[in-house]
Design a protein around this ligand. Structure first.
Ligand code: HEM
Length: 413
């Protein structure tokens, strides 16, 4: 096999249902310079080290001219890069400002306080399954649940979902480094989705300024915190990031989770009987079937020597989180799904300064959702295995997950 074929293999849709053999092959060369350009990093300690290395930039404007070719984002003064794509000090300032209405130290109870509301939303969605004997878990549950939650958290009207669904999908697709796509056409479509989403959010933020609620957009727009306020452009980029990140990832954690449970019926039974298993189980899912498989847009600010390779300044670096999570140098029996795994510092939420902002929310959503599905669906079974996957190699998950069951247990059963 030529080295160039590794990039192709990662993005090849034929490997989407089971990418793990490709990752095992990748790990034979921890830092591989693919002949199509990027340096692909696949082993746990190398990925972890680079995620904590201040010389590795997340800002696409630092990519060399060759690497920029395949980049979907473009400079847009109305919607500049969000903090996911910025380095310190801008990253740190914007992340702290966004955190003010979301978590500690200023709002430590926000996620805990949403617990009752999350359970109510889950209960209502599952009640809809009464009188049915099959569902598509994605359309009927895994997608509507986190979308409802992120809308509620941000203060975005739930009924606007048909408007922002397309923009969010386009922006999520732009993360997928598909080498066969027409890069110019993709840039055009992504740009259009960004500016339409920006206009939509600008209107909404104006409304929140006039009539503030208890939501994050109102709080960010008011911005009376100790660190001042975001500019209008920063506010729009942050709102767009939270909306997209909050609903294109959790859907896959819940769906991958249910798929894994249905493939391991003994674990499903244990979860039904001992709901507290949900906490380590969700961590194991984030290791074993992570919704974000790889981070394809980093670049060194100076040459970096790692694992016998020099990654030059400006090169494109791909960090394959899902491969690091299966690295036998780090995890015992990495291909075994073990919901009681003790030593489980997985890379499912990344690591270092960009580690997932929404992790506490995503964890709670998945824990409550999987527990309730395990408890209430009587004798659930997969109708297709493997199911049909989405195209995206970065945000990986089933497009549909048809599940049959014999009936629904009551809420208090
Ligand atoms: C299971 C669900 C989720 C997964 C697997 C996930 C995964 C990740 C990963 C791997 C990163 C690191 C990206 C990088 O280093 O470049 C990240 C960052 C981020 N996530 Fe999540 N995420 C999830 C849910 C959420 C939710 C619900 C939100 C919003 C409430 C969110 C907001 C963010 C933000 C804003 C960042 C950027 C952080 C920064 O740059 O400092 N995520 N996420």
């Amino acid at each position: 096999m030529t080295q160039g074929s590794m990039l192709r293999k990662i993005t090849d849709y034929a490997n989407r249902a089971d990418p793990y053999p490709v990752y095992a092959e990748l790990r034979k060369t921890p830092v591989l310079h693919d002949e199509e350009g990027p340096y692909i990093v696949s082993t746990y300690w190398e990925i972890h080290g680079l995620l904590h290395d201040p010389r590795l930039s997340s800002d696409a404007r630092n990519l060399g001219p060759q690497a920029v070719e395949n980049l979907a984002d473009e400079e847009d003064p109305a919607l500049p890069p969000a903090f996911l794509r910025l380095d310190p000090p801008e990253h740190d300032r914007l992340r702290r400002l966004a955190m003010t209405p979301f978590g500690p130290p200023h709002t430590p109870r926000r996620i805990h306080a949403m617990r009752g509301e999350l359970s109510r939303i889950i209960g209502e969605l599952v009640d809809e399954f009464a009188d049915r004997d099959r569902i598509d878990l994605v359309d009927d549950f895994s997608y509507p649940f986190p979308v409802t939650v992120i809308c509620r958290l941000l203060g975005v009207p739930r009924e606007d979902e048909p408007r922002f669904h397309h923009w969010a999908e386009t922006l999520a697709a732009s993360l997928d480094p598909d080498p066969d796509e027409d890069a110019a056409e993709r840039r055009r479509v992504t740009q259009q989705a960004r500016s339409e989403l920006g206009l939509y959010l600008a209107e909404l933020i104006e409304e929140r300024r006039r009539a503030p609620g208890d939501d994050m957009l109102s709080a960010l727009a008011a911005g009376h915190g100790p660190e001042g306020q975001m500019t209008q452009a920063e506010l729009l980029s942050t709102a767009a990031l939270l909306l997209v990140a909050g609903h294109e990832t959790t859907v896959n954690l819940i769906t991958n989770g249910m798929l894994t449970l249905l493939r391991n019926p003994d674990v499903l039974k244990q979860l039904r009987e001992r709901p507290h298993l949900a906490v380590p189980l969700v961590e194991e899912l984030l290791r074993y079937e992570p919704p974000v498989q790889l981070l394809p847009q980093r670049t060194p600010l100076a040459d970096i020597d790692i694992a016998g390779v020099t990654i030059p300044k400006g090169a494109s670096v791909w960090l394959v989180l899902a491969s690091g999570n299966r690295d036998p140098q780090r995890f015992m029996e990495p291909d075994r799904f073990d919901p009681r795994r003790k030593d489980n510092q997985h890379l499912g939420f990344g690591s270092g300064i960009h580690s997932c902002f929404g992790a506490p929310l995503a964890r709670l959503e998945a824990q409550l959702a999987l527990t309730e599905l395990a408890r209430r669906l009587d004798n659930p079974r997969l109708l297709a295995d493997p199911p049909e996957y989405r195209r995206n190699a970065v945000l990986r998950g089933p497009r549909h997950l048809p599940v049959a069951f014999d009936g629904l247990r009551g809420r208090d059963a």
